[in-house]
Design a protein around this ligand. Structure first.
Ligand code: UDP
Ligand code: MG
Length: 136
């Protein structure tokens, strides 16, 4: 049964800054993800605040929004069977210290805040996040 999904992935400033975007994109492609759309952009802090609104009450919210808007990011629509879950698996745990071998965050993440990638956490949020960056 085919269950093709789309999810949103972001290569965060710490990874773009280290020129890891090609290697991270290769990890997606090697796992069978198709990169349907992509763009390299830098967002305003106000946009990061909107994007991460779900975390508004968290103690790390302000730093998180400052960080996501601190430099260029690569935003991508990824497509594959069960893409949302498959991407979360390939990304690894939020804290790179807890991420298992073979995951992006294990390989490239620097810390819980500079963890190299974002990925949608549900199909519903994937749709909202894709619209956030690609609806024009
Ligand atoms: N984050 C942080 N400190 C924390 C938890 C999260 O700086 O204690 C940052 C981290 O960059 C993470 C983002 O906030 O990727 C969103 O948190 P979430 O719990 O949604 O983790 P994710 O879905 O990215 O694994
Ligand atoms: Mg999340």
């Amino acid at each position: 049964m085919s269950n093709s999904e789309q999810t949103l992935s972001i290569i965060k400033p710490d990874a773009v800054e280290r020129n890891l975007d090609s290697e991270i994109k290769l990890m997606f492609k090697n796992k069978g993800f198709k990169i349907v759309q992509e763009k390299k952009i830098q967002i305003e802090k106000s946009e990061a605040e909107r994007f991460y609104k779900v975390h508004e009450t968290k103690p790390f919210y302000k730093d998180l929004c400052e960080y996501l808007s601190s430099g260029p990011i690569v935003v991508m629509i990824l497509e594959k069977e069960n893409a949302v879950l498959a991407n979360r698996e390939l990304m690894g745990a939020t804290n790179p210290k807890d991420a298992i071998d073979g995951t992006i965050r294990k390989k490239y993440g620097l810390s819980i805040d500079k963890n190299s990638v974002h990925g949608s956490d549900s199909l519903e949020n994937a749709k909202l996040e894709i619209d956030f960056f690609f609806k024009d």
